[in-house]
Design a protein around this ligand. Sequence first.
Ligand SMILES: Nc1ncnc2c1ncn2[C@@H]1O[C@H](COP(=O)(O)OP(=O)(O)O)[C@@H](O)[C@H]1O
Ligand SMILES: [Mg+2]
Length: 372
Amino acid sequence: MIEYKNIHKEYQGVSVINNINFKINNGEFVVLIGPSGCGKTTTLKMLNRLIKIDSGEIYIDNKNIMEVDIENLRRNIGYVIQQIGLFPNMTIEENICVVPKLLKWDKDKCNNRVHELLSMVSMPYEQYAKKYPKELSGGQQQRIGVLRAIAAKPPIILMDEPFGALDPITRDILQDEVKDLQKKLNLTVIFVTHDMDEAIKLADTIIFMDKGDILQIASPEEMLRAPANEIISEFMGKRGNFLDAENMACSDLMRTPVFTIKDDKKTLECIEIMKKRQIDSLIVVDKAGIFQGVVTIESIRSKGKAGEKINSLISKDFPTVLQDDVGKTAFDLLMDKKYDYVIVLTRDNSVVGIITKSSLAKALASVVWGEM
Ligand SMILES: Nc1ncnc2c1ncn2[C@@H]1O[C@H](COP(=O)(O)OP(=O)(O)O)[C@@H](O)[C@H]1O
Ligand SMILES: [Mg+2]
């Protein structure tokens, strides 16, 4: 586990990282995202001690990184940056084997590792191992940069906008490859980007930074569904599209505000309200706003008496869902039952909205075609 505790950093008295805290589990793919200058690279480079921490501590598996021998620390942390930095006078094989060589792996072990790594990214050894970096395309060079970082099997990989300079198609392929390698090798990855599409595609967890602060730590789904503030939702732009219907909660489908009446109303009053609003049922709540049931025009007509209160006519037999229930629950009720709407409740039974076929269609349309 990696743990940042109260990490602070400033340059010339100006704070650029403001006491941030977060934890990363082994095998987790974490993406640091945020506007340019928010402190992503600084946060990343403190882990392999390329940048000095002013105050706070970083722990890897409960060891303070300041107490670990720096060579040892870096050997366990692969590092990939945008400006690839392959050595131009070394072959691809030699480039990949820089760290294993330093670790005194013998020739066979190095050679086997290069075979293995190149085959993982579909670049056959025979075709590529003896080439020099300038003979490869940008995407191929970046791929080798990734292989070089994982060659000596470090458990942690840091990647700082590694694919920023690549064309979209190559970037897409490399993203898939990195995610694949990460899963296969159970790597812990911290990946910096300012591209939300990339973050959503790769991350188990997204850490959103702004001006040296962490604004939100969440899974991509959570961040899409409930961005912590304006900055984040703006950053995501129209990515509401990524919120797939499957992940929608009942609260995403409902219409608000909802009209309710108190349970001490009388029958004639209720009929007046129904007439005026052209509806044939009313949602009844008590003084505290707690859901009591529904009163319908039929029940008033068949059982009600003028001047009487509606208490005895309230029916509990009406479909309700909790706001956190999956949207499908409401859908099924609307499709199967004879009711025109489903009532959405909080955990303590306050009424927060209703879902009708039309509010449902509107919410689903916004997923398919964007904000309507
Ligand atoms: N060596 C430095 N001296 C002074 N300011 C720096 C230095 N390195 C970074 N900064 C400032 O720290 C802030 C965070 O930088 P950085 O971590 O590189 O941001 P990001 O990677 O999110 O774009 C920026 O405002 C940047 O200008
Ligand atoms: Mg940066």
